[in-house]
Design a protein around this ligand. Structure first.
Ligand SMILES: O=P(O)(O)OC[C@H]1O[C@H](O)[C@H](O)[C@@H](O)[C@@H]1O
Length: 543
């Protein structure tokens, strides 16, 4: 890591603090009134994405200082370090190379003396052959029937990406195949996902980077029992189970032939893995060509991020705007509002990507931070959110910057639906920014006492991302955009965006409590946990 002073002592940070004191109350109405070009000037139009950031509470000076902050944080060197395969995940001593997963054939990225790009393409080729066999009906189950149902068993990064991508790209999927996803340790997840499936026609993809995750291993064993109840012969496993993992030893120990294993590498973080073999279900759904088209979209955004000056660099710009709201306005959350039904799981996917990455409070040099880091990401597709939580965004006491994502062309054109959807999209961004003054409300003849209730303060910032059409390629660009926003922010905050130690403690305690629940040994915890255990055991006995 380049030598960087603590964030709050950087000159740009100090300058931003005094700048913030001056501009924090400035209203977007005034910023637009002062500059007739603002709405066409503060936009980026590249890679097929029209990014309008004019409705942010920023001036040209804000942007200048934010870019200066990026330079003083050595963002350029850190980007180069990631792309060169440096071990920037310092707490796990690992390279962070999800960008290698979409690097075109023929290029090279060296990790520990080995070029990883040919390895990436070898796995993609193996996935393609397998995916085509399933899609074409030539991969037969144990009793000679073609596979019709594909069940991905995984959790976290081995589930959220596949689920999101399947939903997002459903329009491009082969419709005679049924896809299901099992993640939760709650048995209901498995039972409901498989209750109407025929084992003879079902393929399980056991997806787990480590192949040790309790939920996934338990669901995988349950899946094996479910399949063998009908198929009887353990030889059948070879036709009905494949694995996606970095851990060949554990895959064999489970009983899956490593010939049926699709590998990836320790330099791919779970939440950055949906475009690795973890995307096998996605590839079976949309086909190898569309999957590669998605990878090409990722790669275009990677190259944009790697080579474009910060001022025109979409992930850098969006990342810095996020830092501005998070650290100076102290906005606690970011709402992601896709105006596209197919992106309904996109906010959930982003929650792991952003919050598991930047939910940290210790710097790379091991000190507690004295500023805010990762915000809470949340959201629902428009227009549904409008009839639910938008009230709070418009008139509540909290500042919630919103990312609004929309596509001009409907994949399912239907009457006036798309125009109505887009009218809502644009209206919300306008209403959030400009609001409605009490004068305007009064002029409508509203009784005096009602005026404050019907007034909209406005000045609620939005980023609007407008694309032509949701395709595998544009989805790849959008995901890579957020991956690099996370990276940019992690660099500014001087944290390790690629570890996740915070998930460990609960896992260890759950093992201990499970043993106590099953052995009925005397629980040795605090008084609250002890009595919850006792109550659970009592309630359970009532069945
Ligand atoms: O893919 P796996 O090794 O099964 O891991 C699944 C998930 O579980 C872990 O607890 C981590 O928090 C996630 O980052 C990971 O994606």
């Amino acid at each position: 890591m380049s030598n960087t002073s603590p964030l709050t002592s950087l000159p740009a940070w100090r300058a931003l603090e005094s700048h913030f004191a001056k501009v924090q109350k400035v209203h977007l109405r005034d910023l637009f009134a002062q500059d007739a070009q603002r709405g066409t000037r503060l936009v980026l139009d590249c890679l097929g994405i029209y990014f309008d950031y004019s409705k942010n509470r920023i001036t040209d000076e804000t942007l200048k200082l934010l870019f200066q902050l990026a330079r003083e944080s050595h963002l350029r060197e850190r980007i180069d370090g990631m792309f060169a395969g440096e071990k920037i995940n310092i707490t796990e001593n690992r390279a962070v190379l999800h960008i290698a997963l979409r690097t075109p054939r023929g290029k090279s990225i060296i990790v520990d003396g080995e070029d990883v790009v040919p390895q990436v393409h070898a796995v993609l080729d193996k996935m393609s052959v397998f995916a085509e066999k399933i899609r074409g009906g030539s991969w037969l189950g144990h009793t000679g029937k073609a596979i019709r149902n594909i069940v991905n068993v995984g959790i976290g990064g081995s589930d959220l990406g596949p689920v999101m991508a399947y939903e997002a790209l459903r329009h491009f999927s082969q419709r005679n195949l049924i896809f299901r996803f099992v993640s939760n340790i709650d048995g209901t997840d498995f039972v409901e996902a498989t209750r109407d499936l025929e084992p003879e026609e079902t393929l399980f993809i056991i997806s787990s980077k480590t192949f040790t995750t309790q939920e996934t291993m338990t669901n995988a064993h349950t899946a094996r029992e479910w399949a063998l109840r009908k198929l009887k012969d353990p030889v059948a496993i070879a036709k009905h189970f494949v694995a996606v993992s970095t851990n060949a030893e554990k895959v064999s120990a489970f009983g899956i032939d490593t010939a049926n294993m699709f590998g990836f590498w320790d330099w791919v973080g779970g939440r950055y893995s949906m475009d690795s073999a973890i995307g096998l279900s996605t590839m079976i759904a949309i086909g190898p060509d569309s999957f590669r088209d998605m990878l090409a979209g990722f790669h275009e955004m990677d190259e944009h991020f790697r080579t474009t000056p910060f001022e025109q660099n979409m992930p850098v710009l969006m990342g810095l705007l996020g830092v501005w709201y998070n650290c100076f306005f102290r906005a606690q959350t970011v709402a992601v509002l896709p105006y596209e039904q197919y992106l309904k799981r996109f906010p959930a996917y982003l929650q792991q990507l952003t919050m598991e990455s930047n939910g940290k409070s210790i710097t790379l040099s091991g000190k507690p931070v004295d500023y805010e880091t990762g915000p809470i990401y949340w959201g629902e597709p428009g227009t549904n959110g409008q009839h639910s939580f938008y009230q709070l965004i418009h008139q509540g006491t909290k500042l919630i910057p919103c990312d609004i994502i929309a596509f001009a062309q409907a994949l399912n054109p239907l009457g006036r639906h798309r125009d109505m959807l887009l009218a809502n999209t644009l209206a919300q961004a306008e209403a959030l920014a400009f609001g409605k003054t009490s004068e305007q409300v009064k002029a409508e003849g509203t009784p005096e006492w009602l005026v404050p209730h019907r007034t909209f303060e406005g000045n609620r910032p939005t980023n609007v991302l407008l694309l032509e059409r949701l395709t595998p390629n544009s989805l790849g660009k959008l995901i890579a955009l957020y991956e690099h926003i996370v990276f940019t922010q992690g660099v500014i905050w001087q944290i390790d965006s690629f570890d996740q130690w915070g998930v460990e403690l609960g896992k260890v305690l759950a093992q201990k409590i499970l043993a106590e629940l099953e052995n009925k040994s005397e629980p040795m915890h605090d008084s609250s946990t002890n009595s919850l255990i006792a109550r659970y055991q009592k309630l359970k006995e009532k069945i």
